[in-house]
Design a protein around this ligand. Structure first.
Ligand SMILES: [Zn+2]
Length: 154
């Protein structure tokens, strides 16, 4: 697999949401709750387990990449966690749930998307990044549609 950067939500944003309980940019109320099911934390890219505290908030999935936004709901741990290492490879906690890999060119131009449900993400990522027009990839939940993280070339 070619070397990639795994780009989770910035720590600064996670800390801001934890401190204010408001969505960045939008200011919509964020929702603090006790988890009853599992969901991926978009900061540490690990599973938020039932009975852990989590925050649901509105996040623009193109933050830092594009001028046109696309807001949607995401979860983070409420009680602090360490941002996923950018050179950590595909997050193992997310491998066993169906994810959609979207390949974008500059200007939010969707070039291709692949549905992965067998956990074999690396060949798909390699294949999509082989297209020089592709600038970055977004990984989303296939079943819920929510943004999970971004992948960029090193
Ligand atoms: Zn977390």
């Amino acid at each position: 697999m070619q070397k990639v950067r795994i780009v989770a939500i910035e720590t600064e944003i996670a800390e801001q949401v934890r401190g204010t309980l408001k969505a960045p940019v939008y200011g919509f109320p964020a929702h603090l709750e006790i988890a009853e099911d599992e969901a991926p934390c978009r900061h540490c890219l690990r599973t938020i387990k039932p009975r852990e505290r989590r925050i649901l908030f509105v996040y623009n999935r193109f933050t830092g990449k594009e001028s046109l936004p696309q807001p949607g709901p995401v979860y983070i741990h409420a009680d602090g966690c360490q941002r996923y290492s950018e050179n950590g490879g595909f997050p193992e906690d997310l491998r066993n749930s169906p994810r959609t890999v979207e390949a974008y060119a500059h200007g939010r131009n969707l070039k291709a998307q692949e549905y992965v449900s067998d956990g074999r993400f690396e060949p798909v990522i390699d294949n999509l990044l082989a297209d020089p027009d592709v600038d970055y990839l977004q990984i989303n939940s296939t079943t819920a549609g929510c943004f999970t993280f971004r992948i960029e070339r090193c």
